[in-house]
Design a protein around this ligand. Structure first.
Ligand code: URA
Length: 217
């Protein structure tokens, strides 16, 4: 199962994560940090896409061998509002032609009964058509219980079956990873850290707090 989980252990990504974990980091720096991590997650996802050899002619009129990444233009990016907006901004630097979907999901905190069960309120879902040539990347910074992303995956499956289904997150928990991949074994998770536990309100510990509140005030 864990071969489908990519933890971005690059020191730069870990440095940015450390900065946004810090409770003294303010809103603007927090948001900028999420944008940076979105870009880094995008780079790591791009690393797993097949490359083709290609040739270009440089201004010296000399042919240079290079690579293209055909799938870079076959991405559908789904943003889980609102915390994922800065992450999407970073991912779009790598996948600028991505078609985009948005999902507005809210955990109903009063329904948390411990463990991994949360009721999720979906108020707005707009996902473009998806075909089997496409790579769907779902951006959500906090994979805490998996409740939200299970619902998002269900929405995606009802629209089409992509070539790859990728969840791009900043902090995940082992429990949520197992839950999500248990239900969608061919999905993949790109994350910057796997934290150890959830607190009594379903927040990730040590985590970074409420990502939406910290990014948007
Ligand atoms: N969502 C957040 O923003 N933070 C958590 O710790 C868990 C879910």
């Amino acid at each position: 199962m864990y071969e489908r989980v990519h933890v971005i252990d690059h020191p730069y990504a870990q440095m940015v994560l450390t900065k946004i974990r810090d409770k003294s980091t303010g809103q603007i720096e927090f948001r900028k940090g999420l944008v940076k991590l979105g870009r880094l997650l995008g780079f790591e996802i791009a690393r797993t896409l097949p490359v083709s050899r290609c040739y270009v002619v440089t201004p010296l009129n000399v042919e240079a061998e290079g690579v293209s990444i055909p799938d870079i233009d076959h991405v559908v990016l789904v943003t889980v509002l609102r915390a994922a907006m800065p992450l999407t901004e970073g991912l779009l630097k790598v996948f600028p032609t991505a078609r985009q979907g948005v999902v507005s999901a809210r955990r109903i905190e009063e329904t948390y009964r411990g463990g991994l069960e949360f009721d999720i309120e979906f108020t707005y879902v707009r996902i473009p058509p998806i075909n089997e040539n496409e790579i769907v990347i779902v951006a959500d910074p906090m994979l805490a219980t998996g409740s939200t992303l299970l619902r998002v995956a269900q929405e995606i499956q009802s629209i089409g079956t992509p070539k790859r289904l990728i969840f791009a997150t900043v902090i995940s928990t082992r429990q949520a990873i197992e839950r999500l991949l248990g239900k969608y074994p061919s999905a993949e998770i790109f994350t910057v850290a796997i934290d150890r536990e959830l607190d009594s309100r379903g927040y990730i510990v040590p985590g970074l707090g409420d990502a939406g509140d910290r990014a948007f005030g």
